[in-house]
Write a protein that binds this ligand. Structure first.
Ligand SMILES: Cc1cc2nc3c(=O)[nH]c(=O)nc-3n(C[C@H](O)[C@H](O)[C@H](O)COP(=O)(O)OP(=O)(O)OC[C@H]3O[C@@H](n4cnc5c(N)ncnc54)[C@H](O)[C@@H]3O)c2cc1C
Length: 379
C-alpha cells in the first residue's frame, strides 16, 4: 500500500526493512530462545534515528511524522516482535509524555539521550492490584521539602531491566483514584529504586518485563511530569499513541505469518503437488491477507489522525483491537499451514504465535479497547 505513503516514508520503510533483514532477522530466534536483550541492535537503531523518529530535531529526534514511526515498528516487528516492543514502549510511552507534558527543562534534560537511544525508557503504570483499573494505584508520592518520596511497587514494566529513565505513575491524593494520581520522571540510579521480579514470559522474550520497587525513593520536586493529580489523564493520552505502536507490532507479526506461510506452501509437497495448490490452503492465505490489509488501513488512519493532531482515541483503540486479533488469527493459520512442523522450533511460526498473544493484552486488553470504542459511540 505504498501508494498511500510519501516518498520520504517509503524511503524510511525501505531502509528499516533492509536494516531488519540484515541485522535483526539473523539473530531474532536465538535471542528470543535465550531471553537475550538485543543491545547491539538497539544501539544501531539509535544511530539510525529509529529510537526517536517522530520527535523534533531540536531535541535530537529524527524530525519525521508519526506515520513513519508506525511503519518502522511494523517493519522491525516483521522480523522480531521483541525489538518492536522495545522501540515502541521507549518511544510511545516515555519519549511521548515527556515531549508532550514535560517542561522545557525536562525536555532538554531527558529527550536527547532518549531520542538517540543512548538511554532506554520504560513506562510504569501497572501494579499488582491496578491493571485494567489503572487508577487504583497504591504506590504513593509524598512531597517532603524539595523532593517527592516514592513508596510502593509497580509490575510488568517493559524495558524494566535496561531502562535508565522511567515515566511512572503514583498516587498523590490517596482515595481520589483517577483524580489523585500524578506522573513522575524517575532515574534508575536514584537511591531507593530497584528492580524486583523479572518475568518469565510466553513470548517477546528478548524484551524484559520487570517489577520496580520504590523504597523511600527521593526524586527532585521538579520531576513531576505535567500537572499535579493529572497523571491518569496523561497516562490515557499516552496510551492512545502507544496503542498505535502495539497495533503496528501486531501488523508486523501478521505479515511475518503470511510471508512465511506463502513460502512454505509453495515449497511443501504432499500428494505430489505443492500444498499451495489446495484450495483450503489458498483460502487461508487469502483470508489472512484481507484481514492484514484491513487492519493496516485502520492503523494508517489512526496514525494520520495523530499526525493531524485531532482526537484519535477511538481510532487507536479500533486499530489495536483489530490488528492484535488479526495477528493472533494469522499466527493460528500459519501454524495450520505448516502442519506438524509449525509446532516445532524448526520454523518461526511457533514464535509468532507466542508473540502475537501479548498484543491482545498489553496497553489495554481487547475487552478494554471494546469498552473505549463503545463508550465513544454511546456517549
Ligand atoms: C509482557 C507484558 C508487558 C507489559 N508492559 C507494560 C508496561 O510497559 N507498562 C505498564 O504499565 N504495564 C505493562 N503491562 C501491563 C498490561 O498493560 C496489563 O497486564 C494489562 O493492562 C491488563 O491488566 P491485568 O494484567 O492486571 O489484567 P486484569 O485487569 O486483571 O484483567 C483480567 C481480565 O479481566 C478483563 N477485564 C478487566 N476489567 C474489565 C472490564 N471493566 N470490562 C471487561 N473486562 C474486564 C480483562 O480484559 C482481562 O480479560 C505489561 C504486561 C505484560 C504481560
Amino acid at each position: 500500500m505504498d501508494y498511500l505513503l510519501t516518498e520520504e516514508q517509503i524511503m524510511l520503510k525501505d531502509m528499516v526493512s533492509k536494516f531488519s533483514k540484515e541485522k535483526i532477522a539473523p539473530v531474532a530466534s536465538d535471542n528470543e530462545k535465550n531471553h537475550r536483550y538485543p543491545a547491539d541492535i538497539i544501539a544501531e537503531a539509535g544511530e539510525l534515528g529509529l529510537m526517536g523518529i517522530a520527535y523534533p530535531t531540536e531535541y535530537g529526534g529524527a524530525g519525521m511524522d508519526f506515520m513513519s514511526y508506525f511503519l518502522t515498528v511494523e517493519e522491525v516487528s516483521r522480523w522480531c516482535a521483541s525489538t518492536g516492543v522495545i522501540i515502541s514502549a521507549h518511544s510511545s510511552l516515555v519519549c511521548d509524555p515527556i515531549f508532550r507534558f514535560g517542561t522545557e527543562e525536562q525536555k532538554m534534560k531527558y529527550l536527547p539521550d532518549l531520542l538517540s537511544g543512548k538511554k532506554i525508557g520504560s513506562f510504569s503504570l501497572t501494579e499488582a492490584g491496578a491493571g485494567s483499573d489503572s487508577g487504583a494505584t497504591k504506590t504513593t508520592a509524598v512531597l517532603d521539602g524539595d523532593e517527592w518520596v516514592l513508596n510502593g511497587s509497580k509490575i510488568f514494566a517493559t524495558n524494566g531491566k535496561e531502562a535508565e529513565i522511567f515515566v511512572l505513575v503514583a498516587s498523590t491524593a490517596p482515595g481520589q483514584k483517577t483524580r489523585g494520581v500524578s506522573a513522575f520522571i524517575v532515574e534508575s540510579n536514584t537511591p531507593g529504586y530497584s528492580i524486583g521480579k523479572v518475568e518469565k514470559k510466553m513470548g517477546i522474550r528478548s524484551s524484559s518485563t520487570t517489577e520496580i520497587i520504590l523504597d523511600n525513593c527521593r526524586i527532585p520536586k521538579e520531576n513531576l511530569l505535567g500537572e499535579l493529580n493529572k497523571g491518569f489523564k496523561i497516562s490515557m493520552i499516552t496510551l492512545d499513541g502507544g496503542r498505535i505502536g502495539i497495533a503496528s507490532q501486531a501488523l508486523g507479526i501478521a505479515r511475518a505469518c503470511i510471508e512465511d506461510s506463502i513460502k512454505y506452501a509453495n515449497e511443501r509437497q504432499q500428494f505430489d503437488v505443492p500444498i499451495s495448490s489446495f484450495q483450503a490452503i489458498q483460502w487461508m492465505i487469502a483470508d489472512m491477507w484481507v484481514e492484514y490489509e484491513s487492519a493496516w488501513l485502520l492503523v494508517y488512519r489512526a496514525s494520520l489522525l495523530k499526525d493531524k493532531k485531532v482526537n484519535y482515541s477511538r481510532e487507536a483503540a479500533m486499530a489495536k483491537l483489530k490488528a492484535s486479533e488479526v495477528a493472533m488469527d494469522c499466527a493460528r493459520k500459519a501454524i495450520q499451514i505448516h502442519g506438524g512442523y509449525g509446532f516445532t522450533e524448526d520454523f518461526n511460526v511457533e514464535r509468532y504465535y507466542r508473540d502475537a498473544k501479548i498484543t491482545e493484552l498489553y496497553e489495554g486488553t481487547s475487552e478494554i479497547q471494546r469498552m473505549v470504542i463503545a463508550r465513544s459511540l454511546l456517549g
